[in-house]
Design a protein. Structure first.
Length: 135
């Protein structure tokens, strides 16, 4: 059906690789946002100030995911278990931001920015599911 064809294109390997490259750069930006919460974090809707250990630990993990995304984008074939974990982590980040907003800790803009992670997570999990079905 046309709907299935559209979904297949959305979760194609080509699209997934492009989104992985985008994710690498988006995560580098995210690293800076969490590394410097008093400057960049506030503009992204995050609370500031934040203790050094929290902001830099989160920032270092985001940077690690940037490297993973760049590596996955060049891996043939894409490592599906790692892509699955990556997709789940993107969705969890969105849910954490949404919950933080509901608790009054981050702004709606922060949730909107995390919506990009939600979309990437859906694409990554969709591709992983599609590939797993193919065997």
């Amino acid at each position: 059906t046309p709907r299935q064809m559209g979904m297949a294109q959305m979760f194609s390997e080509s699209v997934t690789r492009k989104v992985l490259i985008f994710s690498a750069f988006y995560n580098i930006y995210g690293t800076l946002v969490f590394m410097f919460p008093g400057v960049l974090g506030v503009s992204a809707g995050l609370p500031a100030p934040a203790p050094f250990i929290y902001s830099w630990f989160v920032a270092s993990n985001i940077l690690l995911f940037a490297f993973v995304a760049a590596w996955l984008s060049r891996r043939h074939p894409i490592d599906l278990p790692l892509l699955t974990v990556f997709g789940i982590s993107k969705i969890i980040f969105f849910l954490l931001m949404l919950t933080s907003c509901l608790l009054g800790e981050v702004t709606r803009f922060g949730v909107l920015a995390a919506g990009v992670d939600l979309v990437m997570g859906i694409i990554f999990l969709g591709h992983a599911r599609q590939m797993a079905r193919r065997g």
